[in-house]
Design a protein around this ligand. Structure first.
Ligand SMILES: NC(=O)N[C@@H](CC(=O)O)C(=O)O
Ligand SMILES: [Zn+2]
Ligand SMILES: [Zn+2]
Length: 441
């Protein structure tokens, strides 16, 4: 395949030749070979595929919410070429047998590259788990979230030591439940679904609970001399607790683009952990994303069905989908001049590849995997759940604008294509067994 005349993130206009799974050349004026498919990318942007290090694709055990097939279609249509699945499935991914079972499901169904994380609970089997090609240990839950996998500090420290010995990074859901404000859930919590008062959830799971847990995780990581990455930091206080340390952190699109100002509209559809924060904290996160204090954007794609969400505030499950709308929302922020395209590339591709040691991914360079996304920055569209591909059927970003891919390739294979004129879409086939974005033991 030859993609001609696309503009790279740094402004260079180049032809990109893909041979097999690999970027074979990035040059001016390459001549098409006789049997080569040529894609005209003039006037469009060619980006490295996004690496989303935090998704919940729900299989095994939750296939009514999402499957590897639907989740990876959603990823491909959103320009995400590698995903990392979290361990709070049913059964949880806490031993070698559960890891292998999930890896088989992914190999059979995923349209995009993937890594699989291992989880930590008192009943885990670290020996068999560390025998598997883990992407990372995590998300390790320092407080309960979906799946009730919250653990105590001694078990966390044991897990950090084992991960450090195995040279596996550890990703952390950092909240301290002892600092939650239980009074916030007393009194009138509104009705079900959109009528629920999810601002009370934000008051319940306090900013201090996050900052304290981040500090604890960073300190424990330093004692263990291990690699710690803080998942879904939702507050500037949480981000700042990683500043000047070896720990890295990620932020989600919902914490960047939504705030407690959206709680009235969203109700339980805006309930997630950690919760939405006030507009000032949201602005402070965007500032930290701009200036480099936040390393990575990852979605925490956590689909639940509309029926599950349509419950009272304390019964509805936590989590929102996001894998398909991350890059479109970030590119729309580029259009609004809130972020630079270079920064978007760095936080979605270059940085996750560097932090999680994926030398074949994260850049458009000769010899790397041909994970490519073609977008027209002039072609922004309204986000509508009906046009998205997750099985959950809704999005907290309904009505926002986004810049969606026209073409997504993973290791040279076209996994998603949309005709910009007609809107007609097509998907590729599952990539199969060989997917292993991080070397195993
Ligand atoms: N973020 C959420 O609110 N929910 C996630 C779990 C998690 O990441 O905490 C889920 O799996 O539903
Ligand atoms: Zn989490
Ligand atoms: Zn998560």
């Amino acid at each position: 395949m030859l993609i001609t005349g696309g503009t790279l993130v740094d402004g260079r206009v180049r032809d990109v030749r893909v041979t097999g799974e690999t970027i074979a050349a990035v040059e001016r004026d390459l001549d098409p070979a006789a049997d080569e498919r040529v894609i005209d990318a003039h006037g469009k942007r060619l980006l490295p595929g996004a690496i989303d290090v935090h998704v919940h694709f729900r299989e095994p055990g939750g296939s009514h919410k999402e499957t590897w097939r639907t989740g990876s279609r959603s990823a491909a249509a959103g320009g995400v070429t590698t995903v990392v699945d979290q361990p709070n499935t049913d059964p949880p991914t806490v031993d070698g047998a559960a890891f292998d079972a999930k890896a088989r499901l992914a190999a059979d169904a995923s349209l995009v590259d993937y890594g699989i994380n291992g989880g930590v609970v008192p009943e885990w089997d670290p020996e068999s788990l560390f025998d598997c090609p883990l992407f990372a240990l995590g998300e390790v839950f320092l407080a309960d979230s979906t799946g009730e996998m919250g653990i105590d500090l001694p078990l966390f420290e044991d897990a950090l030591d084992r991960a450090a010995a195995a040279e596996v990074p550890v990703t952390v859901h950092a909240e301290d439940a002892t600092l939650f404000d239980r009074d916030a859930l007393d009194g009138d919590l509104g009705g079900v679904g959109r009528a629920a008062r999810s601002d009370r959830w934000s008051a319940f799971r306090t900013p201090e609970a996050e900052a304290e847990a981040v500090r604890r995780a960073v300190d424990a990581g330093e004692r263990a001399a291990g690699q710690v990455h803080i998942a879904h930091t939702s507050t500037p206080e949480g981000v700042d607790a990683t500043d000047g340390t070896d720990a890295t952190c990620e932020v989600t699109p919902h914490h960047l683009f939504l705030s407690t100002a959206d709680c009235d509209r969203l109700g339980t559809f805006g309930r997630m952990n950690p919760p939405l924060r006030d507009p000032d904290r949201r602005d402070a996160l965007l500032e930290r994303l701009r200036d480099g204090r936040i390393d990575v954007v990852a979605t925490d794609h956590a689909p639940h069905t509309v029926a599950e969400k349509r419950q009272p505030l304390t019964d509805a499950p936590s989590g929102v989908p996001g894998v398909e709308t991350m890059l479109p929302l970030l590119l729309d922020a580029v259009r609004r001049e809130e972020l630079t395209l270079e920064r978007v590339r760095d936080v979605t591709a270059a940085a996750p590849a560097a932090i999680f040691d994926l030398p074949r991914k994260g850049a458009i360079e000769t010899g790397r995997d041909a994970d490519l996304v073609l977008v027209d920055l002039e072609d922004d569209r309204e986000i509508e759940a009906a046009a998205l591909h997750s099985a959950c059927g809704w999005t907290p970003f309904e009505g926002r604008s986004g810049v969606f891919p026209e073409l997504t390739t993973v290791r040279g294979r076209t996994v998603y294509e949309r005709d910009p004129a007609t809107g007609a879409e097509s998907f590729g086939e599952p990539l199969g067994e060989s997917v292993r974005p991080r070397a195993g033991p």
